[in-house]
Design a protein around this ligand. Structure first.
Ligand code: ADP
Length: 248
């Protein structure tokens, strides 16, 4: 299989490195209760890449996402974000990294029920150093027509798109998504994946998606396959599928 053939870039291999992950391990607990969630994962992620992390439940995908998002610590190995070793940052620096560089999207949307879609996104815009206007972020995810709706008046897929707009509004370099379509049916899930692909394509945000839905792999630049805490295979897609065309 040829490497480096990407629809948007013959060129992804020459893009600057966003994350350099080396021999990363994570063990929860100790002794007989020890769980080896990651066992020596190494991976280079380039700026602007769209990666899908695929594998069975319990294979370590979320653990990796949480460590590179600065939400969890490693047991050994290193994760560089540009020139910063996240595994050796003190808490205040790690908090700054998370706040300034990373947007998170989780399976459940955690929107404030008493605020409209627009207000939910504005909340982030108020505290970010270099935000995008909330209306623009909602426009990118196809939610311009629902600015004044409250979460309870939106479908699950629409709520997730508001959550993506909220993550996006602070203009993060990286969007980390853990099972973003896990609670959605096919049609609404595809709307959410389309929104993520749009953000990646139009803003250039590096996107990592953890999923157990194998169909999503067709949308990625690269598919990172996990088994039992290890990366067992990395596939390059020469052509990325549109969200509307994937198998669910
Ligand atoms: P995946 O995202 O692929 O489903 P996870 O990264 O969530 O897998 O989990 C990998 C392994 O680590 C699993 O066996 C899980 O039970 C364990 N694990 C994850 N988080 C913790 C934790 N906070 N404490 C103990 N074990 C954990």
């Amino acid at each position: 299989m040829l490497t480096g053939h990407f629809r948007k870039g013959r060129g992804m291999a020459s893009k600057p490195v966003a994350f350099e992950i080396k021999e990363l391990s994570k063990t929860y607990g100790s002794g007989r209760a020890a769980v080896h969630a990651l066992r020596g994962v190494s991976l280079t992620v380039r700026r602007g890449e769209f990666l899908v992390l695929l594998g069975p439940s319990g294979s370590g995908k979320s653990t990796l996402l949480n460590i590179i998002g600065g939400l969890d610590s490693a047991s050994s190995g290193s994760v560089y974000y540009e020139d910063q070793d996240l595994t050796h940052l003190a808490d205040p620096a790690l908090t700054r990294y998370r706040r300034n560089h990373v947007g998170f999207v989780f399976q459940f949307y955690n929107l404030m029920p008493g605020l409209t879609a627009l207000e939910n996104v504005e909340l982030v815009v108020e505290i970010a150093p270099d935000p995008m206007p909330a209306e623009q972020a909602l426009g990118l995810v196809g939610m311009s027509h629902r600015l004044d709706h409250f979460p309870a008046q939106l479908s699950g897929g629409e709520q997730q798109r508001v959550a993506i707009a909220r993550a996006l509004a602070k203009q993060p370099q990286v969007l980390l998504c853990d099972e973003p379509t896990g609670a959605l049916d096919r049609d609404t899930g595809i709307g959410v994946l389309e929104a993520l692909a749009t953000v990646n394509r139009e803003v250039g945000t590096t996107v990592l998606i953890v999923t157990h839905n194998a169909g999503v792999a067709a949308m990625a630049d690269r598919v990172i396959r996990f088994v039992d805490g290890q990366v067992t295979k990395i596939d390059h897609n020469e052509r990325k599928a549109d969200a509307a065309d994937i198998q669910w």
